[in-house]
Design a protein around this ligand. Structure first.
Ligand SMILES: NC(=O)C1=CN([C@@H]2O[C@H](COP(=O)(O)OP(=O)(O)OC[C@H]3O[C@@H](n4cnc5c(N)ncnc54)[C@H](OP(=O)(O)O)[C@@H]3O)[C@@H](O)[C@H]2O)C=CC1
Ligand SMILES: O=C(O)CCC(=O)C(=O)O
Length: 411
């Protein structure tokens, strides 16, 4: 099932549990605006290359639309649409005053030089600058983009609208970024994991973890789990996977990745088949890369007891069903990875206030939001006798539905 069909299905299940009116259901599902632009840039060798860029603005009932921009060869309109919708429910689950959006460019950032990436980002910004803004739609990093990408968007946007640091989040600190934003999604994943494990009388210390993806989210989650005494026994990136049953020394792995750009040939572990990683024996599996990686092909073989969805929509509905029947506890993406957008919100608030918080305050507030959201999800699970995924969806959808009704439809 493609990402959009899967997301729509989860939304509809939540809508039925909440007993939403069918017209309201339809209006919540249809995106506010879908933007598709062609971005042509001169390559370093003088030839021209064209890329298609998307920004889907899903809903703004609760505030400005918010969500990352992804650079990846598999970016397509349906996936961006699904990711934008997930942002609407995620910001509502986190209870931050935003709606949802997502963007992307179909390109492989690994094949582009830094100056090509800069040109592409600037052309994309030129094409969408009228449709984003501090109080309309605020982009941030996602897969394949980072603080530097946000700096280019900020610079290009400011040429049209004047200096506007709050138009993007996840910026470099020197341009108004927030302390703690880079680590925030991984840190939020760890707070979410702690909240879940505590329900089962468990903690991170001594448990075994398998992590797919070692970019922003995966590397920070690995590092913080390692610091808390969790045993990270297998990790992968696009180049391969590494395992060590005694626990990988994550600080050494970070140095190796920094030096070589890859997890390959790491001396403190054995290489493994990346396809085997998701079904490797462990207590907790944390997908931190692409969507749809847990599917009908591998779900029955998953051995983890807990799955923390740090990636967006890593589990397709068929896998969800198989895993639930097996008793695997899944912490859903719209809660588990909400730490990133929550600290993006803190960054935006700091930019608007013109006042910078210290990192301790950022992390403390993040923990407060993540813990509160977990308790709210648990309450929805009790009210509707449902899974954590439906608990999170009903929480988010209900908040957006209430805001939509309050705003009304009168022209
Ligand atoms: N950044 C953020 O704040 C947030 C991100 N997310 C989600 O988290 C996920 C990861 O995002 P982020 O860490 O920012 O992205 P990055 O681009 O920083 O990292 C992605 C990682 O995934 C790896 N990867 C890519 N393809 C594969 C594959 N087929 N198998 C194994 N690993 C693979 C990459 O490998 P390599 O290192 O070799 O390139 C990289 O390590 C995405 O689903 C994103 O939507 C969710 C909330 C917020
Ligand atoms: O920080 C943000 O605004 C968005 C992060 C994001 O894209 C996500 O949560 O999937």
């Amino acid at each position: 099932m493609n990402a959009l069909a899967a997301t729509n299905r989860n939304f509809r299940l939540a809508s039925r549990l909440l007993g939403l009116d069918s017209k309201l259901e339809k209006s919540l599902l249809i995106p506010f605006r879908e933007i598709k632009v062609e971005c042509t840039i001169p390559k370093d060798d003088g030839t021209l290359a064209s890329y298609v860029g998307f920004r889907v603005q899903h809903d703004n009932a609760r505030g400005p639309m918010k969500g990352g921009i992804r650079y990846h060869p598999e970016v397509d309109p349906d996936e961006v649409n699904a990711l934008a919708q997930l942002m609407t429910w995620k910001t509502a689950v986190a209870d931050i005053p935003y709606g949802g959006a997502k963007g992307g460019i179909g390109c492989n950032p690994r094949d582009l030089s830094k100056s090509e990436l800069e040109r592409l980002t600037r052309v994309f910004t030129q094409k969408i600058h009228d449709l984003i803004g501090i109080h309309t739609d605020v982009p941030a990093p996602d897969m394949g983009t980072n603080a530097q990408t946000m700096a280019w968007i900020l610079d290009e946007y400011s040429k049209f609208h004047g200096h506007s640091p709050a138009v993007v989040t996840g910026k470099p600190i020197d341009l108004g970024g927030s302390l703690g934003r880079e680590a925030a999604t991984g840190r939020g994943v760890v707070y979410a994991t702690e909240a879940l494990l505590a329900e089962y009388g468990k903690s991170i210390k001594g448990m075994t973890f398998v992590i797919q993806g070692f970019g922003n989210v995966g590397s920070w989650a690995s590092r913080l789990i390692h610091e808390k005494g969790g045993k990270v026994i297998a990790v992968s990136d696009i180049t391969g996977a590494v395992k060590n049953p005694n626990g990988i020394d994550i600080s050494e792995l970070l140095k190796h990745k920094e030096a070589t750009g890859s997890l390959k040939s790491f001396s403190d572990g054995d290489s493994m088949d990346p396809n085997e990683l998701l079904v490797h024996e462990c207590d907790v599996l944390i997908p931190c890369a692409l969507g749809g990686v847990l599917n009908r092909e591998n779900a029955a073989d998953v051995k983890a007891k807990f799955i923390i969805e740090a990636a967006n929509h890593p589990t397709d509905p068929e896998a969800d069903e198989v895993l639930s029947k097996k008793g695997v506890i899944i912490l859903p993406d719209i809660y588990a990875n909400a730490g990133g957008v929550t600290v993006s919100y803190f960054e935006w608030v700091q930019n608007i206030q013109g006042f910078m918080w210290d990192e301790e305050r950022v992390n403390m507030e993040l923990k407060k939001y993540m813990t509160q959201a977990f308790h709210n999800i648990k309450n929805m699970c009790q009210t509707h006798d449902c899974s954590l995924r439906m608990g999170a969806f009903t929480l988010g959808v209900n908040r957006v539905a209430r805001a939509t009704i309050l705003r009304g439809w009168e022209a």
